[in-house]
Design a protein around this ligand. Structure first.
Ligand code: AMP
Length: 468
């Protein structure tokens, strides 16, 4: 099949050609004609399947035929769980709309709000946003939804995992009743179905991957070893195999920092990306990794969500994730859009149960390979036989728990989190002014960031400026 048969105009087709895409991916084949009908669409598609173009291309096609946008208004709203994903989706929108009179911009927390307010002043056709910052902007009258035609929830499953359900419901309540809704999610879990009930209407459902299946183009294996040997083993693997671009996952932010230091000590260029890093530092690390200046990017799960690095050849699980589904997301970073990738997990005896849980979710035993010189003293027991998957019982959507969300992408800044009362009327704030100010200083991650590096992004060289 070619893109020419999907109902897209010449301007969009030439932008696709410029990106070098020749054939639509399976999700694009199904989602583009479905969205062009103007109906609601629910799509089960993992990251790496080409889902972003799957919703962006038909939405641009529809918008290019409509009315022009009024000041502070938005015609299509894309909500994403993380800042990195928001930035990437926005970049795709810019690329695909290069030949159209369509404006777009991106807003997320962790950077100054004022430049974002300025960019929204004239109105934008497509706004990509994390939920918390969008609500902040709405409460400051910087964004209006009366012209909204399309709402897109991207990686909706992750948004629920990160506790954004209340913000999402609040945003939905602000939108005009008559609109098109597109819900993209890695899986259609019972929680996603519950969310969809109040959102989509007579939707077209499409799915390209069985639930939690890992990309076929990813070769996976486990290297059994001891916890203490992991750092040396990972440096050995990078040097011995001459890997030039490796994404490594650790469980904790401290673990990510420690491993980065160990790698640097071995002469391997590395940077860490996690929720304690400023947005500026994260953007810089990602850019350096993409350009090849940094050989290894060490990331925690939430920070890595949405990273799209073309043809990433190598993913290493330094530690297995506690949530088995995160394994699927982690290895989705490699083997993207048809290219082959390798995902290697360094597993010690303590992680045996986590490995079995992952094997249950992916319904496959992962091959094991012993690396001579790094054999475990504490043996990794063989995995038990895999039980067939059981349907999960619907759970109540989680309430957002501030302390437990490691990286508060998209959550509101301290100012509006006080219930939108002016400081003078907020007794709680008045009484606690000194102590809460003290707390904020050290802990808040979503205050507009005043570090030098974030100034670089939000100042003159802001890379996410509106384009017309
Ligand atoms: P996504 O799943 O949207 O994160 O996209 C994954 C990667 O696939 C991105 O790097 C896209 O640029 C790329 N991509 C999207 N559509 C196609 C296509 N039809 N052919 C080749 N690559 C594509």
């Amino acid at each position: 099949m070619s893109f020419n048969t999907l109902g897209l105009s010449e301007s969009i087709l030439s932008a696709i050609k410029a990106k070098g895409y020749t054939t639509p991916s399976p999700i694009q084949e199904k989602s583009i004609p479905a969205i062009l009908t103007g109906r609601d669409v629910m799509a089960a598609a993992q990251t790496g399947t080409g889902k972003t173009a799957g919703f962006t291309l038909p939405v641009l096609e529809l918008l290019s035929k409509g009315q022009s946008v009024k000041s502070n208004n938005v015609r299509a709203l894309v909500l994403t769980p993380t800042r990195e994903l928001a930035a990437q989706v926005s970049e795709s929108v810019e690329n695909y709309s290069a030949n159209l009179k369509i404006s777009s911009t991106v807003v997320f927390g962790g950077v100054k709000i004022n430049p974002q307010m300025m960019r929204l002043r004239k109105g934008v056709d497509v706004l990509v946003a994390t939920p918390g910052r969008l609500l902040d902007l709405f409460h400051q009258n910087a964004v209006k939804f009366s012209q909204l035609e399309v709402l897109i929830l991207d990686e909706a499953d992750r948004m629920l995992d990160m506790g954004f359900i209340r913000d999402i419901k609040k945003i939905i309540s602000l939108l005009p009743q008559k609109r098109q809704n597109l819900l993209f999610s890695a899986t259609f879990s019972p929680e996603i179905r519950a969310l969809a009930k109040g959102l989509v209407n007579k939707s077209i459902e499409i799915s390209v991957n069985p639930e939690n299946s890992t990309a076929k183009t990813v070769e996976q294996y486990v290297i059994p070893t001891d916890k203490k040997k992991k750092s040396k083993l990972v440096s050995y693997l990078i040097i011995e195999n001459d890997w030039q671009q490796v994404l490594i996952f650790t469980k904790t932010k401290h673990g990510a920092n420690r491993l980065t230091r160990d790698l640097e000590a071995q002469g391997i260029n590395a940077a860490a990306i996690h929720g304690n890093k400023s947005q500026g530092a994260r953007t810089k690390a990602l850019a350096n990794f993409k350009s090849g200046d940094i050989r290894v990017l060490v990331a925690t799960d939430i920070a890595a969500r949405g990273l799209d690095i073309d043809q990433l050849p190598q993913v290493v699980n330094y530690e297995l994730p506690n949530v088995s589904e995160d394994y699927v997301h982690r290895i989705g970073r490699t083997g993207r859009a048809g290219s082959t990738g390798f995902a290697i997990s360094l597993v010690c005896a303590d992680e045996h149960k986590l490995l079995e849980d992952i094997e249950y979710v992916i319904q496959n035993h992962i091959k094991r390979k012993i690396e001579p010189g790094f054999e475990p003293i504490n043996e990794l027991p063989p995995s038990r036989k895999i039980r067939p998957l059981k349907a999960k019982k619907p759970k109540k959507p989680k309430k957002p728990k501030q302390e437990k969300v490691e990286h508060k992408d998209g959550q509101r800044s301290g100012e509006n989190a006080r219930g939108h009362k002016p400081k003078s009327k907020n007794t709680k704030h008045r009484n606690n002014q000194t102590s809460s100010a003290g707390k904020l200083k050290g802990k808040s991650k979503d205050r507009p960031n005043k570090s030098k590096s974030s100034k670089q992004i939000t100042g003159k060289s802001d890379p996410y400026s509106a384009s017309r």
